[in-house]
Design a protein around this ligand. Structure first.
Ligand code: ASP
Length: 291
């Protein structure tokens, strides 16, 4: 790792992004990456940067996370989020919550608590105990047909060499009430470990969980650079006939991504790059270290 080097990458979901949603996907991801980058540039922590970036994405109705989420088969919102501190391997995650505006914030509050995953009413009680805002009634879903929605996530490396990763989602539209996908499951929808790197995913949650996609990318990161490691998702996805995308930072701070969906909305920034870059497809990646 180069002393003082920092990197951040965010995603707004792996899916087909309609023409009229592309600008909003780019600008939403850019705003989140910019906020995280500002924290990292000032010497702030990776965990703070991913939390702040994912909160911004959760607050943006362009994305299927937080208050902008789609409904399940019962027309209700159920949100999942997970966050991991690569320096301690501390994990916080919540699942099937319906009254929490920023699930990633509650998950981050759990990093110093014993459980790694709280669901439903238990997660909401934890949020209340930490003084985090809860909606009086369950949040209302956005129309399931909205074409611009998907999961969000972030990976960051700070100047002290610490990694963090987070993923937050409203899940897949129309699924069974109580269904939880990969997003709050470490080793599936996210993972981070100092000295190796970090990853956040989006896509078909059951397939991502069955194939432990985040864990596979982490294993690849032990010997490969960011984009080659991200490509570890392709074989398992082919086997499952499933769609997903991954954003990755490797041990040296290189940024990479891979997806077999039509698009993956991404923004990234790093200490050795000028400004925030956005892309909607892996072919647009121009980060030389990412290969
Ligand atoms: N992976 C998420 C889930 O299955 C959905 C998504 O990324 O779009 O809940």
């Amino acid at each position: 790792m180069v002393e003082g080097r920092w990197s951040i990458v965010v995603h707004g979901g792996a899916r087909t992004i309609a023409h009229n949603r592309r600008a909003a996907n780019r600008s939403g991801c850019a705003a989140a990456a910019q906020a995280g980058a500002d924290i990292l540039r000032r010497g702030g922590s990776a965990i703070e940067a991913v939390k702040v970036a994912v909160c911004i994405l959760e607050d943006d109705p362009t994305f299927n996370a937080g208050s902008g989420s789609v409904g399940n088969a019962a027309g209700e919102i159920e949100l999942d989020a997970g966050i991991m501190d690569g320096s301690t391997l501390a994990i916080g995650a919540v699942a099937a919550v319906s009254r929490i505006y920023n699930p990633v914030e509650v998950a981050a509050g759990m990093l110093d608590a014993a459980p790694i995953l709280l669901v439903g009413a238990g997660a909401e009680a934890f949020a209340r105990s930490r003084g985090l805002p809860l909606a009086a009634t369950p949040l209302a879903p956005l129309p399931a047909a909205d074409p611009g929605h998907d999961t969000v996530g972030c990976v960051a490396l700070d100047q002290t060499g610490h990694f963090a990763a987070a993923t937050s989602t409203g899940g897949l539209a129309g699924t069974m009430p109580g269904r939880v996908g990969d997003a709050p499951l470490p080793g599936c929808g996210f993972y981070a470990e100092d000295g190796i790197g970090g990853v956040s995913l989006s896509g078909d949650g059951e397939a991502i969980a069955r194939t432990l996609l985040a864990a596979r990318v982490m294993r690849a990161l032990e010997t490969k650079k960011a984009t080659s490691a991200a490509r570890a998702i392709f074989k398992p996805l082919e086997r499952m006939q499933a769609e997903a995308g991954a954003i990755v930072i490797d041990a040296a701070g290189g940024i990479g991504l891979a997806h077999n969906s039509d698009h993956l909305a991404v923004a990234y920034a790093a200490s050795d790059l000028k400004g925030v870059k956005t892309l909607l497809h892996q072919n647009e990646l121009d980060e030389p270290d990412g290969q």
